[in-house]
Design a protein around this ligand. Structure first.
Ligand code: FPP
Length: 224
């Protein structure tokens, strides 16, 4: 049995799902949120301690205004409606990325982080306006400015994922095999699962199968 503390997910395929089912990309985002809820539940059942979800990348700003507005609204409603219950379930919400959204959304994100800060059952790292390259550049610049010795220990202090162990599993749904500027440092030894299903179709059983497959992998970390 491999230890499993942290699962990271690139939730890809919402747009395609929405177009296919309801002729609207945004319908796919709405459906994608339901999958988020299912995966949170299953993560708790599996006693996973960290779940990192890529919800909005630094590159996603290129999308049409209408879609961005929809996504931010969805997130706002999610926080307003669900934070109390997440808190009751002892879930901690942590934002990874730079919070430069509307004043309202920034306030809500800060409020949710503060409210759930001490929770210990599961930490959800919501990657929002996150990009791995800018995260790494920031860390390099910090090290340089502080004239600290360049080593892993000093470097990772300046990553947005500081205090979070590297993920053992990375899942990307949506039948695309790329990393899209996600956790490039942190996934050095992560087991990667590319799934054909679009994110709204992904479910608990798919998640359980991946975890089972992961448990059967012989992880050598360069050893034999
Ligand atoms: C990628 O699919 C998905 C996103 C950029 C947004 C992810 C958002 C959610 C799952 C819902 C909101 C989540 C929370 C926690 C409030 P895509 O749109 O790139 O799909 P495509 O490849 O089919 O175009």
């Amino acid at each position: 049995m491999n230890p499993l503390n942290h699962v990271a997910i690139i939730m890809d395929g919402n747009g395609r799902w929405g177009l296919k089912h309801q002729k609207s990309r945004n319908a796919g985002h709405k459906a994608g949120l339901k999958t988020v809820e299912k995966i949170i539940k299953e993560s708790i059942k599996k006693n996973i301690k960290y779940l990192t979800l890529y919800a909005f990348s630094t590159e996603n700003w290129k999308r049409p205004e209408k879609e961005k507005k929809f996504l931010f609204n969805l997130l706002e409603n999610f926080l307003v409606n669900r934070i109390e219950d997440l808190h009751k379930q002892n879930i901690k919400l942590n934002i990874v990325g730079i919070k430069n959204f509307s004043k309202k959304l920034n306030l809500l994100l800060n409020f949710s982080e503060k409210k759930t800060f001490k929770n210990t059952k599961l930490q959800i790292n919501l990657a929002l306006n996150y990009g791995s390259k800018s995260e790494l550049l920031y860390a390099f610049k910090k090290l340089n400015k502080k004239k600290e010795k360049i080593n892993e220990k000093n470097f990772i202090k300046y990553l947005q994922t500081k205090d979070v162990p590297d993920p053992e599993i990375l899942i990307r749904t949506g039948n695309t095999k790329r990393l899209s500027n996600f956790l490039l440092w942190q996934i050095a030894y992560t087991e990667i699962f590319f799934e054909k299903k679009l994110w709204p179709d992904f479910n608990e059983n798919d998640y359980k199968r991946i975890i089972k497959d992961f448990m059967n992998i012989k992880r050598n970390f360069g050893n034999i």
